[in-house]
Each structure stands twice: as C-alpha cells, then as structure tokens.
Design a protein around this ligand. Structure first.
Ligand code: URA
Length: 195
C-alpha cells in the first residue's frame, strides 16, 4: 500500500503501517485513525485530498504488530523517494516510527511532538513536524487534546521559511540527516504508480 493524495501538496503525512482496512482497500488511513485524521484536517480547513498520506511500512505487519527494524529498512528507500518526488514543505510524522526514521534520532514522540525540525531528505529541504499518532490518541483523551493543539499549529509551520534561510543544513547534526539511499528504481514517478 503505497500512499495517496495530492502529489503536489506542501503537506505530507507519514504514518506507521497499513492496518486491516488499509490493507483491504489499498489506501492509507481509512479506518478509525483515518476518520480522526480527516477531522483534524478539517480543523485547519483541509481535506485528505489536499495532502499526501503515506506510511513507513508499505505492507501490513501480521496482527498489527510493531514494524520490525528489517521491515523499516526494506521500505525506507520507497518512503524517501516519495518525499523526494512529492517535495513537501512539511512532513508531519505521526507517532514514533515515522518520527525516529525521518529525524534519524531516537528521541521519542512524547519529547519532540509539536516542535518543527528543519532538515533535509535527499535533495529536499523541509520541516519535520512530529505529532502523536491518531490511533494512539483515540484511546487517550490527554493525548488527543495535545494532538489537536499541535495540529492547529500546522498552518504556521507551513509558513516557516525554507530555501535561502540562514539556518544551514550543515547546522543540523549529521545523525539527524537521513541519507538518501540509491532507490531500487530509477524511472519517472508515473512508472512507480505514484500519480
Ligand atoms: N495507521 C497507520 O499508521 N497508517 C495507516 O494507514 C492506518 C493506520
């Protein structure tokens, strides 16, 4: 399950992995967590069609268990290539797995949620904006409140400067910069079934 949405969007969401419903439909975030994500998007005047939504893992882990390191590694080139092709200003990582993978740091979501991090992925300069995973927030009211507040700051994060900004990429610790691996494919996006 690859991802969907507007491939020209400034805003890309990265979740964890497809669940049962996503696996059945071949679409990301179509279950309960997806409903919440759509509601949250509504609070900032956006629909899911106006953003791009992908996951760290491209297949459903059996019994919805956590992604394994080897699975994350196997799917990583595809996600990084998606970021490269979509070229968003902001990648909003949902929960720990996407946040740790794309920040290159082990700091957990509880500490970094709501703080935009300027970084680069491949050739793209962007902001990572980690927030709690909607599925986790479904069961924890305090987390849901925080998620709503963090979400309301997304328009501001989308307006943060990029490009000629004086914060150089070199100022970001190397460990925090995911290295763009050689993708296992080279053709245009259309051939990848992205658009
Ligand atoms: N949770 C995720 O992380 N991704 C989905 O696509 C659905 C639920």
């Amino acid at each position: 399950m690859f991802g969907e949405g507007d491939p020209h969007s400034d805003l890309m969401f990265v979740g964890e992995a497809p669940g049962y419903h996503e696996d059945q439909q071949g679409r990301p975030f179509v279950g309960q967590a997806g409903k919440l994500l759509e509601q949250l998007l509504g609070t900032i005047g956006l629909t899911r069609e106006q953003v791009y939504i992908a996951n760290v893992l491209k297949s459903r882990p059996p019994d919805n268990r956590d992604p394994r390191p080897d699975e994350i590694e196997a799917c990583r080139p595809y996600l990084l290539r998606q970021v490269e092709l979509i070229a968003p200003r902001v990648v909003c990582t949902l929960g720990n797995f996407a946040t740790k993978l794309l920040s290159g740091a082990q700091t957990g979501i509880t500490r970094v949620h709501g703080s935009p991090q300027r970084t680069s992925i491949g050739t793209r300069e962007l902001y990572l904006y980690p927030i709690f995973h909607p599925a986790a927030a479904l069961y924890t009211p305090a987390m849901l409140d925080t998620l709503k507040q963090d979400f309301l700051r997304l328009p501001e994060v989308l307006g943060l400067p990029l490009g000629a900004d004086p914060v150089a990429v070199d100022d970001v610790a190397p460990a925090a910069r995911p290295v763009m691996p050689q993708p296992p494919f080279g053709g245009p996006a259309e051939q990848l079934g992205l658009f």
